[in-house]
Design a binder for this molecule. Structure first.
Ligand code: ZN
Length: 137
């Protein structure tokens, strides 16, 4: 969806909270303990208690709560490092992607940080359809 995100595995809540405060992040959690912390109840740190176990419902809740619906910039940043992706020509990625991908895809993006290559394959198509569905409400 084009949003800068980090994943924390839950082993160190203090580190997550410190990072969120320092970087102006919103915490998405299913942990009610975090919601009871003073830093959250005081409003100093924004946190959302995720209610559903179902990923699509979870995305809906976040979109609704943060009013994200018209701010999507899908597939513009790296899934791993949040860096803005850079367009690459087909020739530039010839040795970097599987042969069947090279034969069937014409548009490529590269992360300038981890050099991961992205292309508009079946995953991209499926995600685009889902995002369009979300935007329609
Ligand atoms: Zn990257």
């Amino acid at each position: 969806m084009g949003y800068d995100t980090l994943f924390f595995d839950g082993s160190n809540d203090s580190h997550m909270i410190a990072t969120a405060l320092a970087e102006g992040r919103v915490i998405l959690t299913k942990d009610t303990q975090i919601m009871r912390r003073r830093v959250v109840t005081s409003g100093r740190l924004k946190a959302i208690l995720i209610l559903s176990d179902e990923p699509e419902q979870q995305v809906h809740q976040v979109i609704d709560t943060l009013k994200l619906d018209c701010q999507f910039r899908p597939f513009t940043i790296c899934l791993e490092c949040n860096q803005p992706l850079v367009e690459k020509s087909k020739q530039q990625v010839e040795d970097l992607v599987p042969p069947y991908v090279f034969q069937t895809q014409n548009q490529y993006m590269e992360c300038p940080s981890c050099h991961r290559i992205y292309w508009r394959g079946t995953h991209w198509q499926a995600m685009t359809r889902k995002l369009e569905h979300f935007m329609e409400g």
